[in-house]
Design a protein around this ligand. Structure first.
Ligand code: KG4
Ligand code: ZN
Length: 341
């Protein structure tokens, strides 16, 4: 098989997505989001998201095939996110994908969504050099990973001990009165504020090699520190300098992510850092990573935003890697794993 054609299906959270990748070429990429339905609740409601997946599944897959000018019979394999994610959401996407595989007789791969965020960068930057590090940051995950072979072996170098970076932004955003998801609002306000206006702690930065958690992250204390400061100002009757609060928070979070990623690259002798997940849309993080990368001699690969957020292309690309590596497909009754490591 020269260039495998894989249909990728994604339904871990609030995006129903289907895409087709052939080799390293993205042939179609369809995303339907239920985000607007969750906005008034201040977070994703699993039940609403699951129903939305059930409605969007067939239209998304049909559109992905039509956009690529293909039929199900033309593809070589189906890949679907089997975790981590919301159980009800995963169940819809995985059941749909299993039905397609069963009806068409195609092999199916249940893949790890977080590794999909790493794999997708190949569509824009080509193959990984040996010893690549990956920083995957979103509303649900914040991890630093060492990629020796994306199809078979990825090690966790560090992870968040509490909140994910996007979750921290979303919680502070809620406090400041922004609608969900608040991350992009913080980003926008931060661009107009002074990043040194308020002292925001940098969680676990003391950890270089030798410390207890040299590459782990902690953002819950950061959120609490900002919340305390805002409450103190409100109690004193002072107006909240929203732009400055956002800029100080963004500077703290972006700095710690970029610093630890660079220390990780140094430790693993890696000259390449892959970045993915919805939070990598954050302008302060992008700027810090590119700046630190230039100073440390690390090639920082941050894909375009539509490939950073949840999508089917990431699943299809990892599926292609699995087919190319000759990995055995999943059993027809493979389970979802909402807490997949
Ligand atoms: O990967 P994603 O689309 O969904 C998952 O969480 O899996 O990431 C969404 C997260 C949310 O927390 C959102 O607030 C955050 O990414 N986000 C941002 C920005 N764009 C999205 N956070 C900060 N700045 C942004 N520009
Ligand atoms: Zn994700």
């Amino acid at each position: 098989m020269s260039e495998p054609i894989v249909l990728g299906i994604e339904s871990t959270c609030d995006e129903t997505a289907a895409a087709i990748v052939q080799g390293r070429t993205l042939r179609s990429n369809v995303v339907a989001s239920s985000m607007n339905e969750h906005a008034r609740y201040g977070g994703v409601i699993p039940e609403i998201a699951s129903r939305a997946h059930a409605e969007a599944f067939v239209p998304c897959v049909s559109q992905a095939l039509a956009d690529a000018g293909l039929e199900l019979a033309d593809i070589d394999a189906i890949a679907v996110s089997a975790g981590p994610g919301l159980a009800g959401c995963l169940a819809v996407g995985v059941s749909g994908a299993k039905a397609l595989a069963w009806a068409s007789g195609k092999p199916i791969y249940g893949i790890n969504h977080v590794i999909g965020h790493i794999a997708v960068t190949q569509l824009q930057f080509g193959p990984f050099p040996a010893d690549t590090l990956a920083l995957i940051v979103s509303g649900g995950h914040t991890s630093l990973l060492h990629v020796s072979d994306v199809a078979r072996h990825v090690d966790v170098v560090g992870t968040t001990l509490d909140d994910a970076a996007g979750e921290c932004f979303d919680k502070v955003a809620r406090l400041l009165g922004f609608p969900y998801p608040g991350g992009p609002h913080i980003d926008r306000h931060a661009q107009r504020g002074n990043p040194k206006a308020i002292r925001v702690p940098q969680g676990l930065t003391q950890g270089r090699a030798g410390a207890a958690h040299p590459y782990d992250f902690s953002f819950s204390g950061v959120k609490t520190a900002v919340a305390r400061w805002v409450e103190g100002e409100q109690a004193a009757g002072r107006e909240i300098p929203v732009d400055d609060v956002c800029a100080s928070l963004a500077d703290s979070v972006a700095s710690v992510l970029a610093k630890k990623a660079m220390h990780g690259c140094e430790q693993y002798g890696s000259n390449t850092l892959i970045v993915g997940g919805g939070f990598s849309a954050n302008s302060q993080l992008r700027a810090k990573l590119l700046d630190y990368g230039e100073r440390c001699g690390v090639d920082v690969r941050i894909p375009e935003i539509r490939l950073c957020t949840d999508n089917g292309a990431m699943v299809a690309m990892l599926g292609v890697n699995l087919v190319e590596a000759g990995v055995t497909p999943s059993a027809p009754d493979f389970a979802i794993d909402s807490a997949m490591p």
